[in-house]
Ligand binder design. Structure first.
Ligand code: LLP
Length: 382
């Protein structure tokens, strides 16, 4: 459970991100336990969720690999000491320089999202006299029942190769001499709290493996992406996501072939609960219908509420007055710069410290300088 050392926090210039390293360590421990429990399971951290180097160090020490979606993410993984042999690289629009860089760095696998991309990777690998290991990202057409902005595994999404074209893509591989097919890759969406979509994914993969075996295609890896959700409502009740149920679902429903590895790309579930955005109340403005708590953090610091109407629990860390309802809003000149409407907070006054919880994933990394605001700094528990 996250601890807030109030006196220490009061001395820091707001807004800032606060990371509870014990929560991160407890999360990583649970992941490692599961990784060791099942043979061939390998977890990559989806660095898009948060590339903070202090967190990366902890994640690297726990033995995770990295899932990247840009050349700079690959560079970040390498520079932060991750073994390139544990790095995978996905993304629908890989630039030539990104492919070249990843090939030179010696990453383990390109998760390929289209036929033209496959051809370009083949050409670039040939020009360097290298062979690129690839996994085909298959769009499994599964509805993850999550926010439509973060669902990715449906036919209508831009991601992956359609199941309908898989056979012909595989048939074209022998003509691409500088590629080696090592696996299939999937990712159905994010913030998925129910194991049913993953069970459905397992069934789909079992069917595809049968289909490919008829063509004598043997795969070294199956990569099921990320997407496991966290409890935004109750970060203290559930600081560590229920990884046991998540991994057990794959163990139960997926028929891995002998010696096959199962890869995961978890982002949010690794880092979300350890981070909070800490902000100070500037003004309490009494409207005719409601009260506004105007804080010094804005949508530029944490864009999820404005972009996805995402819920983050909001707490007043320094008041013990009776609760009242507030709209908690930032200073940015946009009506969508609102962290929560009609939120119950302990009676709030100027100078109080407010925590936006579960902000460790897709918080700091998505920050921007709109209104020329500064990028919030980060601080850590021991
Ligand atoms: N693998 C692939 C191919 C992905 O596209 C993603 C996330 C992940 C793994 C990691 O998914 P996770 O375990 O974090 O759910 N900014 C949004 C989330 C976007 C997720 C994009 N892809 C948000 O703040 O909710």
């Amino acid at each position: 459970m996250t601890k807030f050392p109030i006196e220490k926090l009061k001395a820091i210039q707001t807004p800032f991100y606060w990371y509870d390293m014990d929560v991160l360590r407890a999360t990583l421990l649970k992941i490692s336990e599961n990784e060791q429990k099942y043979s061939g399971y390998k977890v990559h951290y989806a660095v898009k969720a948060n590339a903070n180097t202090v967190l990366l160090e902890e994640i690297r020490k726990a033995g995770l690999g990295v899932d990247c979606v840009s050349g700079n993410e690959v560079r970040c993984a390498v520079e932060n000491g991750f073994d390139p042999a544990k790095v995978v690289f996905a993304g629908v629009g890989k630039s030539d320089w990104e492919i070249e860089y990843a090939l030179e760095a010696g990453i383990s696998c390109f998760n390929v999202e289209s036929v033209p991309e496959m051809q370009v990777i083949n050409e670039i690998a040939a020009s360097k006299g290298k062979k690129a290991c690839i996994a085909l990202r298959v769009n499994p057409n599964i509805d993850a029942h999550t926010h439509h902005y973060i669902t990715t595994g449906l036919e209508e999404n831009k991601f992956g190769i359609g199941m309908w074209e898989l056979d012909s893509v595989i048939d074209s591989l022998p003509s691409l001499a500088n590629l080696e097919l090592i696996g299939l890759h999937f990712h159905i969406g994010s913030q998925i709290l129910d194991t049913d979509p993953f069970q459905e994914l397992c069934n789909r993969i079992n069917g595809l493996q049968d289909q490919l075996e008829k063509k004598n295609v043997q795969l070294k890896t199956i990569n099921v992406g990320g997407g496991w959700g966290i409890d935004y409502e109750d970060p203290d009740g559930n600081p560590v996501p229920d990884f046991d149920s998540y991994f057990a679902t794959f163990n139960k429903y997926l028929s891995l072939r002998p010696g096959q590895e199962l890869h995961f790309e978890l982002g949010r579930s690794v880092v979300a609960q350890c981070g909070s955005l800490i902000t100070k109340v500037l003004y309490v403005k009494e409207g005719q219908k409601k009260k506004f708590a105007i804080v010094d953090a804005g949508m530029n610091d944490l864009i999820r509420p404005a972009l996805y109407e995402a819920y983050h629990k909001i707490e007043n860390l320094t008041s013990d007055k009776p609760a009242e309802k507030y709209d908690v809003v930032g200073p940015v000149c946009e009506s969508s710069d609102c962290f929560g409407k009609d939120r119950e907070l302990a009676g709030t006054s100027r100078g109080d410290l407010i925590a936006m919880r579960s902000a460790g994933a897709y918080g700091e990394i998505m920050a921007m300088r709109y209104n020329l605001r500064d990028i919030a700094k980060s601080y850590y528990s021991e």
